[in-house]
Design a protein around this ligand. Structure first.
Ligand code: MIC
Ligand code: SF4
Length: 643
């Protein structure tokens, strides 16, 4: 059997283990990216490893999440990043340069490479034919130091695209269709690889929209082959020297196959509060809307914004709608400014935001009470927008722009197809990397403001843990539930402060109760349902609970990045052997976990006494991860193995 694109790249980068689906492998990481909300902690951890300089081909540190700077905290973090990066061989992309994934695609991504990013939407890079994976900041720090990244060798789902999208149907609708088919649950351990005649009709940024939101499937990553379209994109970015062709073998082995005929797709919408709650636009058309937000790493490319500008040209935003537009990068921003399209967007009445995550992470632009917000980003989890009772719907830029004018959800298929603005990809993008600061040749003093803490240390695993079930949740708990972003983002480098908001929107007393229990020697376990920890890669969803005294999470199933983060910070992720046991356990039940060291060393069934009864759990960890748990986390483990 021949190889898929996925397995070709993995084979080239394999440094540990056997490339057999389901087995743990270590791969060499060529490139890393971080963003400011996860990066500060990642770089503090990197410093703690005492490695003089990054060992990757390139490592880039982006500032795009916390750009509002309400107070000194974020500005301090950014100055820490810039000075720290200068000393350690890291490129620093200043605030204003754009969203990490968009900029990385434009300026650094290359076919055939591996990219590890401390952000769950790192798979955006799959649009240019690279294996791009999201992980916790500590994993990225280890990769920067030259350490391998460990993952389960994936199974590969092949999605064969046929035909061509009709006017008014776009790349966003392709990934919404895939989410309808595969849902956000049950895809852990897979990579999605796109092939077929249909991919030739999709530009690199359109492919990147699809791989970006592939994160919502819970897969390891998504990838497109590298072909002539990829070469043209790299040429237009002045980086054609980095192109290589990378196609699957004709007889490539895939574990699952799905066919999608692009010509039959119609405009889709993800309804509250999950990206896989998909309906056809026509089912909801006419729904009154209060806000439209266009931007984010999913849909803010040159083509997206040129399409939006063409739709808005000569029109006005509906009086009852607030339209927000945030270009994905300085490159996009500058190009639409220079060619006049930005003026069309402004004239229509849009509010122009900086090139950053902004509304997507709840950093401003919270919708009105009970409001309806149409957004082009990738996540519509409850409360993420900053307004808990708002209804956020995810759509394409086309649907967003048309609806902003009408004040209600518009089905574009009712509009004459000859009116669809066909935007051509530019032959040359406007290139100005002046906001990307290369590492310094001489040492600079690293700035540490009062908000910058120390990376938290954990103790080696205790043999016996006693405590209480501090919280019992339902299914699909996201890392936004565990560790809210939005207004709380500014505490990302201050763990004691940020930890006060753990589970804030589910149980506001959780943090204070858990911490005071810990002070009395009572540790906490959390009981969760299916897909516990989906969404963001933020390791704070592990660090802060750990700081409060959470030592165990028992769930029906976990998402990949979060369970890895739990282990990296010494929290034991346990899966119910019998799912019915979930119903028998209650919040506030006391528990005792005994014999943990032997159980974890020998990978035995974990037995925990809860309210006087013994329950069986499976530890979700590879051999290496069990060693990490015993050491009390990845930082201890890495230091021990370097010593
Ligand atoms: C997100 O989209 O949720 C974020 C904010 O980009 C996160 C990272 C973070 O929480 O800092 C992600 O996707 O990993
Ligand atoms: Fe930023 Fe939103 Fe993309 Fe996360 S999903 S990186 S918050 S734009």
């Amino acid at each position: 059997m021949g190889l898929s694109v996925t397995y070709k790249i993995l084979k080239d980068h394999l440094v540990d283990g056997e490339l057999i689906p389901g087995k743990e492998i270590g791969i060499k990481i060529d490139q890393t990216l971080t963003q400011d909300a996860t990066g500060t902690m990642a770089y503090l951890q990197f410093e703690a490893m005492n490695i003089p300089e990054v060992k990757t081909e390139i490592s880039v540190s982006y500032v795009d999440h916390n750009t509002l700077q309400m107070g000194f905290e974020n500005a301090d973090d950014h100055k820490y990043l810039q000075t720290m990066n200068a000393n350690y061989g890291i490129y620093y992309s200043k605030a204003g340069n754009g969203i990490c994934h968009q900029v990385h695609l434009e300026r650094f991504g290359r076919p055939g490479a591996t990219l590890l990013g401390s952000d769950s939407h790192t798979p955006t890079g799959g649009g240019i034919g690279m294996i791009a994976i999201g992980a916790g900041g500590l994993d990225v720090a280890v990769a920067m130091g030259g350490g391998a990244f460990y993952l389960t060798a994936p199974k590969v789902i092949n999605i064969e695209l046929k035909g061509k999208l009709r006017p008014w149907v776009s790349a966003k609708d392709v990934i919404l269709k895939v989410l309808e088919i595969l849902s956000t649950k049950g895809n852990v351990g897979y990579v999605v690889e796109y092939t077929g005649e249909g991919i030739k009709t999709l530009s690199v940024p359109e492919r990147a929209t699809i791989t970006n939101m592939g994160a919502e499937l819970g897969v390891t990553t998504s990838i497109f082959p590298s072909d002539d379209i990829t070469r043209e994109f790299l040429e237009a970015q002045g980086r054609e020297n980095l192109w290589m062709e990378l196609l699957p073998d004709d007889d490539a082995a895939y574990d699952k196959k799905i066919e999608i005929d692009l010509s039959t797709l119609e405009p889709l919408i993800a309804c509250p509060h999950s990206p896989d709650n998909i309906k056809k636009i026509k089912e909801l058309k006419g729904m009154k809307i209060d806000q439209v937000a266009i931007g984010s790493c999913t849909n803010s490319s040159y083509k997206d914004l040129m399409t939006v500008a063409a739709i808005l040209k000569g029109k006005k935003v509906h009086p009852e709608v607030s339209l927000i537009v945030a270009p994905g990068s300085k490159q996009v921003f500058e190009m639409i400014a220079k060619n006049g399209s930005l003026a069309d967007i402004i004239a229509a009445g849009a509010r122009i935001m900086e090139s950053a995550c902004g509304f997507c992470i709840g950093s401003g632009q919270a919708p009105v009470t009970n409001g309806v917000s149409l957004r082009t980003n990738n996540r519509n989890f409850e409360g993420r927008s900053g307004t808990t009772n708002a209804s956020v719907y995810l759509v394409s830029p086309e649907v967003a722009a048309l609806s902003a004018i009408e004040g209600k959800l518009v089905d574009p298929l009712e509009i004459d197809s000859s009116l669809y603005p066909e935007i051509k990809m530019p032959d040359k993008f406007y290139i100005d990397d002046s906001l990307i600061i290369p590492p310094s040749k001489t040492k600079v003093e690293i700035f540490r403001g009062p908000n910058i803490g120390q990376p938290p240390y954990t103790d080696p695993l205790a043999d016996e843990i006693t405590g209480v079930i501090g919280l019992k949740t339902g299914d699909k708990i996201t890392t936004d539930h565990i560790m809210p972003a939005g207004q709380r983002l500014k505490y990302r480098s201050n763990i004691p402060e940020y930890a006060k908001y753990v589970f804030e929107n589910i149980d506001p007393e959780f943090a204070s109760r858990t911490l005071s229990n810990k002070k009395n020697g009572i540790y906490t376990a959390i009981v969760g349902g299916e897909s516990y920890g989906q969404g963001s890669s933020r390791e704070h969803a592990a660090i802060c609970p750990m700081y409060l005294g959470v030592r165990i999470v028992m769930a029906k199933s976990f998402e990949r990045i979060h369970s890895g983060n739990l282990i990296n910070f010494g929290i034991i992720p346990l899966v119910f052997k019998n799912k019915e046991d979930y119903d028998k356990i209650n919040q506030n039940d006391p528990f005792v976990a005994r014999d943990l060291i032997k159980t974890i060393k020998e990978n035995l069934t974990v037995k925990i006494e809860i309210a006087g009864k013994i329950y069986d759990f499976e530890l979700l960890a590879t051999e290496r991860q069990r060693k990490i748990l015993l050491a009390g986390g990845l930082l201890n483990y890495t230091k021990n193995s370097m010593a």
